[in-house]
Design a protein around this ligand. Structure first.
Ligand code: G
Ligand code: G
Ligand code: MN
Ligand code: NA
Length: 254
């Protein structure tokens, strides 16, 4: 109850912070974009991970204002970086199930992009397999509306959901993000290597982009490059960090 009450106040108290994890071109080590990852900086409890408060935000419905805040602020940040001359960057934003199903989602995104004069294709919405197969008809309709706006859609944690591959031909997708559980042992475990390799080939054959998550070592980077997976995220390059830190590390003023 204490947590629930303070979650109600968190936005007003300015306790929510967005960290950004760079997405990197593994060949050039240049930044291609960032994923927005929410943190709650609670006055008494300190930094709280989204794993620990998103479920409560979903239950209480607070995910709607919180999610809107994340989307608006991540887009504002992207606009700022573009105005600083980093025009090629993309921004990935995670949506929760309830947010994705909310009636006002698409108009809200449209308004945000319009008011910032942001090119829709630089916004990448991340959805998990479980989210989109929960109610396929509704999900396809929602995704079509997003695509019509010009926004890109990524499947997060790909390979870990309870879903068949069949949905890949029905959904208007742009990117598969290989779950980090496969990348973790990709250079030691033959099964993980086979699965990773197969996801990369699957993406290529379906004309989808592929992003590897959780890259932590030079060996994993080399493996992925040898399989033609160029875009990656992981602690090897950077943890999720505050905007100012990302700018300092990756965005020299142009
Ligand atoms: O880096 P990390 O601990 O932030 O992320 C933990 C989990 O929280 C990930 O599964 C991530 O997708 C999720 N997450 C992070 N930020 C957000 C957000 O803004 N909205 C939603 N719905 N999930 C988020
Ligand atoms: O579920 P999603 O992919 O949205 O969540 C991203 C999560 O993965 C965040 O919690 C983020 O901190 C974490 N993460 C990102 N890169 C790495 C990595 O290289 N290693 C590990 N262990 N976690 C990572
Ligand atoms: Mn994600
Ligand atoms: Na993931």
């Amino acid at each position: 109850i204490y947590i629930e009450n303070s979650l109600y106040k968190a936005l007003d108290l300015d306790e929510m912070v967005i960290y950004y994890q760079p997405q990197i071109d593994g060949r050039t080590h240049a930044i291609t974009g960032a994923e927005a990852l929410l943190r709650w900086n609670h006055s008494k409890l300190g930094m709280i991970s989204p794993v620990d408060f998103i479920p409560l935000a979903e239950e209480t419905g607070l995910i709607i204002p919180i999610g809107k805040w994340v989307l608006e602020n991540a887009c504002k940040q992207l606009k700022q970086w573009k105005m600083d001359g980093h025009d090629q960057l993309t921004m990935s934003v995670n949506l929760s199930g309830r947010q994705f199903e909310e009636a006002d989602l698409v108009p809200m995104i449209e308004e945000t992009l319009e008011s910032l004069e942001l090119e829709p294709s630089c916004l990448h919405i991340e959805l998990t397999e479980n989210q989109i197969v929960r109610n396929t008809k509704v999900a396809i309709e929602k995704m079509k509306q997003l695509k019509k706006l010009g926004v890109k859609i990524s499947i997060d944690d790909f390979g870990t959901g309870y879903s068949s591959l069949g949905y890949l031909k029905d959904f208007p997708l742009d990117t598969l993000k290989i779950d980090r559980s496969f990348i973790m042992d990709v250079t030691e475990n033959a099964a993980d290597a086979a699965i990773t390799n197969t996801i990369i080939t699957l993406a290529q054959n379906l004309n989808l982009n592929v992003v590897a998550e959780g890259v932590e070592t030079a060996e994993q980077l080399a493996f992925l490059l040898s399989k033609d997976c160029r875009t990656m995220q992981g602690f090897y390059f950077s943890r999720p960090i505050e905007a100012a830190a990302l700018e300092e590390k990756y965005l020299s003023k142009k």
